[in-house]
Design a protein around this ligand. Sequence first.
Ligand SMILES: Nc1ncnc2c1ncn2[C@@H]1O[C@H](COP(=O)(O)OP(=O)(O)OP(=O)(O)O)[C@@H](O)[C@H]1O
Ligand SMILES: [Mg+2]
Length: 147
Amino acid sequence: MIRLAEPEETEAFGRQLAAQLRPGDVVALQGPLGAGKTTLARGILHGLGHRGDVASPTFPIVIAYEPPETRIPVWHVDLYRIEDPAELEELGLEDAREEAVLLVEWPERLPSLWPGTLQLVFAESRGARALTAQVPPAWGSRWPPPP
Ligand SMILES: Nc1ncnc2c1ncn2[C@@H]1O[C@H](COP(=O)(O)OP(=O)(O)OP(=O)(O)O)[C@@H](O)[C@H]1O
Ligand SMILES: [Mg+2]
């Protein structure tokens, strides 16, 4: 369990995680509304080179970031508004996964997670956030990300 006391700590952790990311990685960001998923994604995107704001991709559901702005392509996805699994196919996540990193908020909307997905779950504890991770074998020595 990783304790993240402030939004700034969550962003800083995202930047550390960004240094470990490779094309094909999927990071599932779970937890209730306002838990800190977009805040962590903001840190990751800044760590990958994005300058400026990181909007929540609730609508549109996907915001893509591309080199040279970011070190590798990144799709920031928020599936909260997906009601029917058929809508998922139109997003093209399968194809994007071949060369991009996928940061997926509300992955509960997926019928199943891809093998190798790094699952990060936020819970709130007295104002701070507690992050627990399910780390697939493919992540090996990349987890926990060094500071
Ligand atoms: N330790 C913390 N880490 C992250 N956010 C925090 C923390 N403490 C307080 N917050 C606040 O909680 C809110 C988190 O919002 P954020 O948009 O990241 O949530 P989210 O999980 O993406 O929600 P949604 O499900 O609506 O997409 C922000 O207002 C942020 O300032
Ligand atoms: Mg969000």
